[in-house]
Design a protein around this ligand. Sequence first.
Ligand SMILES: NC(=O)c1ccc[n+]([C@@H]2O[C@H](COP(=O)([O-])OP(=O)(O)OC[C@H]3O[C@@H](n4cnc5c(N)ncnc54)[C@H](OP(=O)(O)O)[C@@H]3O)[C@@H](O)[C@H]2O)c1
Length: 286
Amino acid sequence: MIVITGATGALNGATVDHLLERMPAADIAVVARDTAKARRFADLGVTVRQGDYADAALLPRAFEGAGQLLLVSSSDPRADAVGLHRTAIDAAVAAGVGRILYTAHQNVTPDSTFTPSRDHAATERLLADSGVAWTSLRNGFYAHSLGLFLGAWRQTGVISVPADGPVSWTAREDEAEAAAIILASNGAHNGPVTLTASAAPTFADIAGMASDVAGRTVTLEVLPVDEWVAAQVAGGTEEFMARFLLGFYRAAGRGEFAGTDPLLGTLLGREPRTVRDLLAAPTPTP
Ligand SMILES: NC(=O)c1ccc[n+]([C@@H]2O[C@H](COP(=O)([O-])OP(=O)(O)OC[C@H]3O[C@@H](n4cnc5c(N)ncnc54)[C@H](OP(=O)(O)O)[C@@H]3O)[C@@H](O)[C@H]2O)c1
């Protein structure tokens, strides 16, 4: 049995869809905070169990019988993500899970300025100490997030950032498909695996691609940090979130998101989607 958390979300929901192409629904269970949100899986014959990382008592039962358990990383920037992941890993150990898989990030850096990168580093240490076989899916940064990071460049012709650096922007759909392939391979991938597109363009590179796609010049401006934060806040972003994102840009500027790996393309049997594909799409996902 493969047990999957986070299936009510985009990434692991798509992973379940890909798994259903590879194995019977009876071999899959999803764990949801709100089981009503997992109705579409129940309708397909997938077992739906209730579970929340914040409720330790429920979890061992939710994870029962899992030869493999896919743990989603916490999606709340204000939560104690490592504490939640610890609760989930402890419950997996208590439930006798065969292998834990975890949706980490390509940037796993203990002293990163980007909070999730520090959380992933701490969580991988918990996995390594758990005594259970584990696989950490180090996914590239979601390429569709560029819709948010690039702002209204199609209208303004300008991309504004507080720091520039290379990022291995990767399509979430490709990462979901790769996770299903790895789950279906029954332990063929052990420890950290890096799943990224084949290139890590800088924002300057992306401005160049955007110029090609738009047929006019799109420029990159690297603003002083305070000016960039103020512009974000003036545009309606909470200051907490603006500073959270600033941590991303600073980490990018330090080269922390530069790493790429051919594994994703090998698993998919095709070239992963690229940033240029995304920019050329008529209606990019926000
Ligand atoms: N690689 C990247 O660039 C990148 C970018 C953003 C996020 N991420 C990470 O990747 C993960 C998956 O991304 P996504 O796009 O699928 O996010 P998403 O659509 O927001 O889904 C997050 C999923 O995690 C579940 N979840 C959140 N907190 C939980 C908890 N305490 N206990 C159990 N389940 C919990 C949510 O359940 P509910 O439906 O009940 O809310 C939802 O199913 C995110 O959680 C985040 O850690 C990665």
